[in-house]
Design a protein around this ligand. Sequence first.
Ligand code: GUN
Length: 288
Amino acid sequence: MTAQLIDGNALSKQLRAQVATDTAKLKAQGLTPGLAVVLVGDNPASQVYVRNKVKACEDAGLHSVLEKYDATMTEADLLARVAALNNDESIHGILVQLPLPAHIDGQKVIEAISPAKDVDGFHIASAGALMTGMPGFWPCTPYGCMKMLESIGYNLKGKHAVVIGRSNIVGKPMALMLLQQNATVTICHSGTPDLKAMTLQADVIVAAVGKRNVLTADMVKPGAVVLDVGMNRNDESKLCGDVDFEGVKEVASYITPVPGGVGPMTITMLLVNTLESAQRALSEKQHA
Ligand code: GUN
């Protein structure tokens, strides 16, 4: 069998078009959704990421501000900028690009962002909201994975989902989202003694480790759906995921490629969250 691709570029295009339409509607009501992206230092990968985030906002008609600061910025100054953005009515989403320089406590900065503007979904209040099923912002990468499953009409009820990786940004929130859709969820990690025994039971596998070839064809049940969150380089320096794509695509029913899979969905869901934040702000204003 050859798996069908879940095309993250095509799905992103569709979802971003919807964001653009909804943004135009909001603008007609007098409110422009706004995202502030804060970058401290000159990490080359971060520079590319923030540029892509700002460009995606512009393309969809959202207002965006990019604040770039020198790597020597103090934690107190960054906290003061976050506080100012919390109080800025033109800003509905605040994203502080990670990693931050070593002298700044990243968690402290994240916790300083108002949960109402935490479009990254990294604040402890956002994590708690996801855990309890309360309204809040979901982290963009696992949220994008859920949209990919939705796009193929996949019903998680009664299915076994295996998540490989337990990060706060992907693995743990991914497991909670799958659970919320009534899947039976297993989280595997570096301490899992027999990963293959787990993945062979899975109807859905999400690989989010950050290591090549974590999932190979012999570890996949025929017909399983495989989502690859990994972003690695192979021996030829080409972008590749955590999944041995060439092998696994012969066993899975659906698979996401790298590049062009989960990657573009992350920024797409950032736009979705920022729009949602602006919509909530408008409705609060109208009901005030
Ligand atoms: N660094 C790498 N990915 C991300 C992300 O999604 N959000 C933030 N804030 N920093 C990142």
